[in-house]
Design a protein around this ligand. Structure first.
Ligand SMILES: [Ca+2]
Ligand SMILES: [Ca+2]
Ligand SMILES: [Ca+2]
Ligand SMILES: [Ca+2]
Length: 458
């Protein structure tokens, strides 16, 4: 059939519109599966974007083991297209329980993956017992070098080394550039209610690209209990500022506590209290085996107006229910702003499992958390939040994730979500459940492209 002039114009318009669709597709954060359908209860995911090639993204997480495998182990996924598609690699495991996975890229494009590997806790006389923290590295996320022990105990889980996080000095003018840092909680005896058994925040550094690590240093001035709850010191995330100062905050009986090193992680100072933490960091919510509000520490490495600002992000119940907060310091952690509430809903709903990434190019703050706002009971969604004014105000972006019951079918959702940002790109990762009767637990990725320094999605 011949095409009439008006129809030809319309066809041309359709062709033009069609051509612009790929650019428009990301106008709200795009959500795509990170794990395939056969992943076994994936959770506790960490994400990092390669600063030498932002299309290259690595995610690490725990997954339940198949019969004959360790109960829980580590897995990594690599994307070469900015997080749209992912390739799976099972992580090294020599027969232990693994988890608490964290990943961070160094400035040179080397990725570092930290995790715990243990057995024999909560048992009087275990048949097998280990407690170690390991780091391995990779250039591509597909092949990894052999893991290196930051600390390891063979045939005992006393003390128990737990909840590590890894940081790399990416500062442009740092004398310690390339240093790799690991901070974690040491339990004298995990789960013990004896007043003699304490928790301590420990720290180790590598100056040779995670080939060797220094003997652990205790940096917490005050110990906590060993119960793995509000009275325990936990949640240490080490980061390095533009000039190489090392910052780390944690939660414990005194609330949110901060410490810093001015010599590349060799010595630390006197702890500073950032803020009280009403309700503590152990924040049980209906439907989940456990939920915490432990802090995430981040620093602005950009050349923007907030360069060098330190941010701490956490969840507490000061307003009567779990809310997400950020406090900041412009003087190296000596003084802190009042906490700013990140979630912008009315009182009453729980926000869960926050994580924060500060974009090293535009200085924006980008957060991911599960969110029960506007939903009934244990129904749960996911929210991305972003600040482009140094953490003074936040825009909330509800993600297009079908709300799910969290979590009648799987009460273990790990301890955190993952997010990273680079040049306006944001990649977040979080577990969800599919609708009943499937109730399949998967990790999803949310991908957003902002015009750098703005809230404009593109
Ligand atoms: Ca964990
Ligand atoms: Ca200290
Ligand atoms: Ca509590
Ligand atoms: Ca809330």
């Amino acid at each position: 059939m011949p095409v009439a002039p008006a129809a030809a114009a319309l066809a041309l318009l359709i062709a033009v519109v069609t051509q612009t669709v790929p650019a428009q597709r990301l106008l709200s954060p795009h959500v795509t599966p990170l794990t395939p359908a056969n992943a076994r209860r994936p959770a506790e995911v960490s994400v990092s974007i390669n600063p030498t090639n932002p299309e290259h993204v690595i995610a690490v997480m725990l997954q339940a083991g198949a019969p004959g495998e360790p109960r829980v182990s580590s897995h990594s996924y690599t994307s070469q297209d900015g997080g749209m598609t992912w390739k799976h690699v099972r992580a090294h495991n020599n027969g232990r329980v693994q988890g608490d996975d964290g990943v961070v890229f160094g400035r040179d494009g080397t990725a570092y993956h930290s995790y715990i590997a243990f057995d024999g806790i909560r048992v009087d006389r275990p048949e097998r017992a280990f407690s170690g923290i390991f780091v391995r590295s990779s250039r591509d996320g597909l092949t990894w070098n052999d893991p290196v022990a930051v600390v390891d105990h063979i045939n005992t889980a006393i003390p128990f080394e737990d909840k590590p996080w890894i940081g790399v000095d990416r500062g442009g003018s740092s004398a310690h550039r390339g240093n790799v840092y690991v901070a974690w909680t040491r339990f004298d005896v995990y789960g013990s209610d004896s007043p003699a058994h304490r928790s301590h925040v420990m720290f180790s550094r590598s100056r040779d690209g995670a080939r060797t690590f220094s003997a652990p240093l205790e940096i917490s001035d005050d110990t906590g209990d060993a119960l793995d709850s509000d009275g325990t010191v936990e949640g240490a995330v080490p980061v390095a500022g533009p000039k190489g100062d090392v910052y780390v905050a944690w939660a414990g009986p005194k609330g949110l506590v901060f410490d810093r090193s001015g010599d590349g992680g060799w010595t630390f100072g006197t702890d500073v209290v950032i803020a009280p933490m009403p309700g503590g960091w152990d924040l049980p919510v209906p439907g989940l085996e456990r939920h915490n509000g432990m802090p995430v520490t981040a620093v602005d490495l950009s050349d923007g107006p907030h360069k060098g600002t330190i941010y701490v992000n956490w969840i507490d119940e000061r307003n009567g229910d779990p809310d997400v907060f950020v406090a900041s310091s412009k003087d190296g952690g000596r003084s802190w702003t009042a906490p700013v509430r990140v979630n912008d809903d009315a009182k009453g709903a729980a926000q869960l499992f926050t994580w924060l990434a500060v974009d090293p190019l535009d200085g924006s703050l980008n957060l991911i958390f599960h969110d029960r706002r506007g939903l009934s009971g244990t129904m749960t969604g996911v929210t991305l939040a972003r600040s482009v004014d140094g953490g003074k105000s936040f825009v909330n972006y509800p993600l297009r994730v079908p709300p799910f019951d969290c979590c009648a079918a799987s009460t273990f959702f790990g301890d955190y979500n993952g997010i990273d940002a680079y040049g306006g790109r944001v990649v977040a990762a979080f577990p969800v459940l599919s609708a009943p009767p499937g109730n399949q637990q998967s990790v999803q990725a949310a991908i957003a492209r902002f015009r750098p320094g703005t809230q404009e999605l593109r």
